[in-house]
Write a protein that binds this ligand. Structure first.
Ligand SMILES: [Ca+2]
Length: 525
């Protein structure tokens, strides 16, 4: 098994990487024989659980899974690529109704053979009401029993919440918890044993769900991966609309693609070298004091300058105004994220989920438009109406830490969809609340990825394996002192770099290639 994460000092990084390259990973069941099913898959159809209806339980033979609705040559070819390599599994479908208005769809996938003895729940995205079969497939292919839920509604809009407060609760946190209870029961019924370890793995909305679980149900999971957590759900909604509102009416204030590239180039130029390595990536954007005013036109507007209203748009995108009631900053985007912006500011998804949040959930007014948005009052109302249902802002993770839970979070510094400063803000709030930075570090590590976009992509290294790191932490007590990220161009890895636990950063040792992780150490700034 891997020993990549057993090193406690940064100077051991080079050794660790060398060792990691020469060993093989993954031993199912800790070297013991894999547990085998105790009953037939079809038997699970008669499983009796409170407020739960098992709708089907059937074996899916190896490589034959086709997701519901996939038809036509192209879709079937895509399904074959995603699911063709899967082993045989028992597919259990259930409908959960913890309230009279609930209609939560869940699937649990249980490997017929070579089960690794563990459970991995996978998260959703945006307002998505659909089961994430592709994420379940990734878990299954690593030997896990897995589960996913449609979060209690169908479709990627918040209209489900209009007049349905119980469905809002289901989406906010209940569906995920109830799914976990059901999945563990199905695992127990099938193999006649509990999962040895239970994990959560999600990004974006799935990161929000991750935080909700850690905060609200600290005993559900031994280890949690929270990627780009949208845990300030209402704050993000407000931040995107604050920028979109003036841009919807004032075309002259918009930054079209060429101007976004112009700002991006200037921002990188201003701050790239500050981190010690001129590599086209800003590693510490919080320390980047790039002022877009340097691009302001001295005369008539041209392709290579910004008008004063465009400068103001850039400033709005970079800014983090406070919620006037709580004083907590509603965080913005960073220099480096510009290529992910749109004509109306934040990403299309950030803007549409923001609009839907206020329209259907805050104001319950399907006619509500962005033009009506007032940041000062509406950001407060959104948070109060939500009342900690979708928002996952509770900084008290002590109960999760106390029962031994481990939390790995990650976020791209160039994320244009969910503010990366929200991840660092939450981390600092947890440290303040728990009151002991070392204790938090022993249970919760946040890995900020320079140049990475939303849940991946971007100009910096953005491919990594958080699950292996979390397994080592939970199962062997080996905390991740760094996680190696790589970047691929045209199918070839052209750069590796350690991601460091915040507030540490990867610092170049001064010798060797800056495209190789072994020439960096993690160090507090
Ligand atoms: Ca740099």
């Amino acid at each position: 098994m891997t020993r990549l994460y057993t090193f406690t000092t940064a100077v051991s990084l080079a050794t660790a990487l060398t060792v990691a390259a020469t060993v093989t990973t993954i031993t199912a069941g800790g070297g013991q024989a894999a547990p085998v099913p105790a009953v037939s898959c079809a038997n699970l159809a008669s499983l009796t659980l409170s407020k739960t209806t098992i709708t089907s339980a059937e074996v899916v033979e190896a490589g034959t899974f086709i997701p519901p609705g996939a038809s036509g040559d192209r879709a079937l070819a895509a399904a074959a690529r995603t699911y063709g390599g899967l082993p045989a599994f028992c597919r259990v479908a259930a409908t959960l109704a913890p309230s009279s208005d609930s209609d939560i769809k869940v699937e649990v996938w249980l490997p017929l053979a070579d089960w690794n003895g563990k459970y991995q729940a996978v998260g959703n995205g945006a307002f998505t009401g659909s089961i994430r079969h592709n994420s379940m497939a990734a878990a299954l292919s690593r030997g896990y029993a897995s589960s996913s839920t449609d979060t209690g509604h169908e479709g990627n809009t918040a209209s489900f919440g209009l007049g349905h407060p119980e469905k809002v609760i289901d989406f906010g946190w209940r569906s995920v918890h109830e799914m976990t209870v059901t999945a563990k029961a199905a695992i127990h019924a099938y193999y006649d044993q509990e999962p040895r370890y239970s994990y959560w793995n999600g990004c974006s909305a799935g990161g929000r769900q991750a935080m909700k679980e850690a905060q609200r149900f600290p005993e559900d999971f031994d280890g949690i991966i929270a990627g780009a957590p949208g845990n300030d759900w209402t704050g993000r909604a407000g931040a995107s609309l604050r920028v979109a509102k003036p841009l919807e009416t004032d075309e002259a204030a918009r930054l079209l693609a060429d101007k976004r590239q112009l700002v991006h180039t200037a921002a990188i130029q201003a701050c790239d070298a500050q981190d010690g390595v001129t590599d086209g990536v800003v590693s510490d954007p919080e320390a980047c004091s790039f002022d877009p005013a340097v691009l302001q036109c001295s005369g008539a507007e041209t392709d290579s300058c910004l008008t004063s209203v465009q400068v103001n748009t850039v400033r709005m995108l970079y800014s983090s105004p406070e919620n006037p009631r709580s004083g907590r900053p509603i965080t913005g985007l960073f220099p480096g994220s510009e290529l992910g912006w749109t004509d109306l500011g934040w990403t299309q998804s950030a803007r549409s989920t923001g609009l839907e949040q206020f329209r259907y959930l805050t104001f319950a007014d399907p006619e509500w438009t962005v033009a009506q948005f007032n940041f000062e009052t509406d950001i407060v109302q959104a948070e109060e109406v939500d009342n900690d249902t979708l928002n996952a802002l509770d900084p008290n993770l002590a109960p999760f830490f106390d029962q031994g839970g481990k939390l790995i979070s990650y976020h791209g510094w160039s994320d244009p969809q969910i503010s990366p400063a929200n991840a660092t803000q939450y981390y600092r709030r947890v440290v303040e609340t728990v009151g002991d930075a070392e204790q938090v570090h022993d249970s919760y590590r946040l890995f900020m990825a320079p140049g990475m976009g939303h849940c991946g992509g971007g100009e910096g290294p953005s491919r990594f394996d958080m699950l292996t790191a979390l397994e080592a932490w939970v199962e062997e007590g080996t905390a991740p002192d760094f996680i190696v990220a790589s970047r691929e161009q045209d199918g070839v890895v052209d750069r590796t770099r350690p991601l460091c636990p915040y507030p540490q950063q990867a610092v170049y040792t001064g010798s060797g290639s800056t495209d190789e992780a072994e020439n960096f150490v993690c160090r507090a700034r």
